[in-house]
Design a protein around this ligand. Structure first.
Ligand SMILES: C[S@@+](CC[C@H](N)C(=O)[O-])C[C@H]1O[C@@H](n2cnc3c(N)ncnc32)[C@H](O)[C@@H]1O
Length: 367
């Protein structure tokens, strides 16, 4: 503890060859501060603070409305002001436009599901030591998607990816003539709903695991989507139907699987549209994001076998091989890079990374 010789004194003054703790403490600081800010935001959502502060309230008024105790609540409110989520005018607090749009439960763009998904991720990361010693946590694929991820994706894409994706698909001339659409692994169903709104003649099917029915039916009902239905099934093994005008496949474990590509081809009409939006890996490509790779390795699906990097599955085609196979079956109309349709990353499973959206038209015959 005490400097007893010259070298220790030099180290304490920061003159020694050893690195100072600042670099390490800087890392701790970022993690510590941001984690605590996240806890503050999620507590405020759970306690209904943003719901109550749609109207300006004093500290006492808010404490009455949400049954909170003033001393700690005052600090929380001031912290939320610093984060740009509340404003204080005189002694009254109120939502900023940002929190009013995204953190009030009645808002159509409410992001509570995204916060819950991030928290579910923390719970997995808490088990990192065990995973490193004993291997990944086995999860049923259906449960993995059903357990908050699909709700989170729905909330995330409503902030821009949905609109941009749908715009790109709708701009292809063949879409205007489309009468039937299959949204494979469609989850929440928002893509099918939005596309059927743009084309009033379109009937759409959201095809996904049976466990996703609850979420999909809820979203379909909330949107009055009477031309969209949910069909439960496994897209690798169950019948995908035939003569579809459009097949839409976004962020699915089968996205780079050659057998699924063939099944999709067979289920489309000649001239039908295939839209695929996925993260592809070039031949020899390694990590795209180390943190996401580590998150990816925390769990193993009981169905499809994961590969080494995020969104990689065993049996996947490389970008080059996927392009080769795709162009045997389809003519590519357009390829969009992630910046053209995706939002900001959240350092969690579901991030777009460098995904690409390919819009292709089915050729007449399979070679
Ligand atoms: C990452 S989510 C993407 C949801 C939606 N397509 C989107 O882009 O927001 C993947 C979806 O594919 C579904 N899925 C995964 N494997 C499937 C399979 N073998 N059969 C049917 N659905 C599957 C999951 O249940 C989940 O809803």
């Amino acid at each position: 503890m005490f400097a007893t010789d010259e070298s220790t004194t030099d180290d304490m003054k920061g003159k020694g060859a050893e690195p100072q703790a600042d670099a390490l403490h800087g890392l701790f600081y970022q993690a510590s501060r941001h984690y605590k800010e996240f806890c503050a935001m999620t507590a405020a959502v759970r306690l209904g603070i943003f719901d109550a502060l749609e109207e300006p309230l004093t500290l006492e008024g808010l404490c009455d409305a949400c049954r909170l105790l003033p001393p700690a609540t005052k600090h929380l409110l001031e912290l939320l002001c610093e984060l740009g989520l509340l404003n204080r005018q005189d002694d009254r607090y109120r939502n900023t436009p940002l929190s009013a749009l995204y953190l009030v439960t009645s808002s159509p763009l409410f992001q509570g599901a995204v916060m819950r998904d991030i928290q579910n991720g923390f719970a997995l990361w808490d088990r990192l030591d065990r995973v490193l010693q004993e291997g990944p946590i086995a999860v049923e694929e259906e449960t993995f998607f059903e357990n908050g991820l699909v709700d989170s994706l729905a909330a995330e894409i409503l902030c821009g990816e949905l609109q941009k994706t749908v715009e790109a698909v709708a701009s292809v001339p063949a879409f205007k003539q489309a009468r039937s659409l299959l949204d494979l692994g469609g989850g929440h169903g928002l893509y099918a709903i939005a596309l059927s709104r743009i084309n009033p003649e379109l009937h759409a099917t959201v095809f996904d695991f049976p466990d996703i029915a609850r979420k999909a039916e809820e979203v379909l009902a909330a949107n009055g989507a009477d031309r969209v239905r949910f069909v439960p099934g496994n897209l690798f093994t169950d019948d995908l139907g035939s003569d579809h005008d459009v097949i839409f496949l976004s962020y699915n474990p089968g996205g780079k699987n050659p057998a699924l590509l063939k099944r999709i081809h067979d289920a489309l009409k000649p001239g039908g549209l295939f839209v695929t939006k996925h993260v592809f890996y070039k031949k020899e490509e390694g990590s795209k994001d180390r943190l996401l790779d580590l998150e990816w390795s925390l769990s193993a699906f009981n169905g499809v076998k994961k590969g080494d990097n995020v969104y990689r599955f065993s049996g996947d085609l490389s970008w080059e091989a996927h392009q080769d196979l795709l162009t045997q079956y389809f003519t590519i109309e357009e390829t969009l890079e992630a910046d053209a349709f995706s939002g900001l990353p959240l350092a969690k499973f579901g991030d777009r990374v460098d995904s690409r959206m390919i819009i292709a038209v089915k050729k007449g015959m399979v070679p």
